[in-house]
Design a protein around this ligand. Structure first.
Ligand SMILES: [Zn+2]
Length: 334
């Protein structure tokens, strides 16, 4: 075929033949080959990221046993077999991404999530169907949705905000029951079309948010009490329900009377961090033109993920978060 240099030892005759045949490709075929190589590289990158799940936590996803043995390979992933319950599995088993197709596009899609792109734009960018990116969005966000701070320490801030209720996207039914709501009538001064969300944040940036069934004392207390360290000091804008809940919890409270023009007490007690977070969240959400209420927790988790990695969220971090490999850092001191 011509281009072989004389005397060069060929390690792999087949490979040489392959590279030789490249010379005869049309420009269009060369493009297809480049795409193919690109795809293979993406799948490999995704697979090696996925494999880390088992390498860091080598346990059976079914029974939790740690005696697992390699058991062949399939779809580019190592299979394992549990010595205790004999189930076979790979690193994707039991994750929200199990059995999703087009693995070669996952990192590309993760970049779309990092950029906060719509389902439609993501579908276009990844070259897949709208329904695919719709499904991906909620699979990728299933775990980030739950990845929130579990303890706030030191000075913490809480604020209540609202999102309009929406049944958007109902026709794409997901295997999850719609959120059950209380009565149909307006509740505690809120319009029936507003969904209350409580946002809490400490000065280390640990953030937790909660879609509330109802914005009353009991519901706020139920989420706040387990969240706040006993020696935490909570700043709020002294809204009535929040005020009452904090009193019931018995935590040190610094109500900031914003409506009376007070912004900061004693130089450090204010609600400016939580308010700024809420503003960023709302502004970011505007691009989605109203989000289906039952997916609201997914959007909140998505925003938390972006906010924690401000300006530097990489696709592999998104993918790791989607696989539950990106734990929320928990501040332990004040
Ligand atoms: Zn097992």
């Amino acid at each position: 075929m011509g281009i072989n240099e004389m005397g060069v030892m060929m390690e792999n005759a087949e490979f040489q033949e392959l590279t030789n045949s490249i010379q005869t490709l049309t420009p269009r075929q060369r493009g297809q080959l480049a795409d193919c190589l690109n795809r293979v590289e993406h799948v490999e990158a995704v697979n090696s990221l996925i494999e880390n799940r088992i390498l860091t936590t080598p346990v059976c996803p079914k029974c939790g046993h740690d005696q697992i043995a390699r058991w062949g390979k399939a779809s580019g992933l190592q299979r394992y077999r549990c010595a205790s319950c004999h189930v076979t599995f790979n690193a994707l088993t039991g994750t929200p991404l199990a059995r999703l197709r087009h693995k070669d596009k996952w990192l590309q899609y993760a970049q779309q999530l990092a950029d906060g792109q719509s389902v439609r734009n993501s579908a276009k960018a990844c070259g897949v169907h709208y329904n695919t990116t719709f499904r991906w969005r909620h699979r990728f966000l299933a775990l980030p949705n739950e990845q929130k701070a579990t303890t706030l320490v030191g000075i913490a801030e809480a604020d209540e905000t609202c999102f309009p209720e929406s049944f958007k996207g109902r026709k794409h039914d997901m295997p999850r029951a719609p959120r059950k709501r209380g009565g149909k009538a307006a509740q505690s001064g809120l319009s029936a079309e507003q969904i209350p969300v409580l946002i809490c944040r400490d000065r280390a940036g640990s953030t937790a948010d909660f879609v509330l069934e109802k914005a009353d004392n009991a519901h706020i207390e139920a989420v706040l009490k387990p969240l706040l360290a006993t020696d935490a000091v909570l700043c709020t804008d002294s809204a009535r329900a929040l005020d009452g809940a904090v009193r019931d919890i018995g935590i040190t409270h610094r109500p900031i009377n914003l409506s009376a023009g007070v912004r900061v007490i004693g130089r450090v007690y204010h609600v400016q961090n939580v308010n700024a977070y809420g503003r960023r969240l709302k502004e970011w959400m505007r691009r989605f033109h109203g989000t289906a209420t039952r997916y609201l927790p997914n959007y909140l988790g998505w925003r938390r993920l972006i906010d924690r990695n401000r300006g530097a969220l990489s696709p592999s971090t998104v993918l790791r978060a989607a696989l539950g490999m990106y734990a929320v850092q928990q501040t332990t001191g004040t």
